[in-house]
Design a protein. Sequence first.
Length: 107
Amino acid sequence: MENLDKSKNTAIVAYLTIVGSVIAIFMNQEENKTAFASFHIRQALGLFLSFFLLGYFVGYADSWYASSAFYIFYFVLWIYGFTSALQGQMRELPLVGAFFQNLFKTL
């Protein structure tokens, strides 16, 4: 039970900010490494990195509608991932979750 609590804490920290994702990577090292925490670290890190990469280009669109849709889309994905970490479930993010799992499989 204690291992699940540590894993959940690490997963929750991963979703807080990009810095939280980096901290979670260090929290999930060698002897403390769990599949649950690794899963959510990959999801959160992929979500934050894609937000910054795509957000840069969406910002140049200079369209209020495009920017609003982008922010709402990523906020919904973030809520989905964060609530699944809170509930102790390993649910992939819609549309991009499998890609993040393959991209960051070494974490």
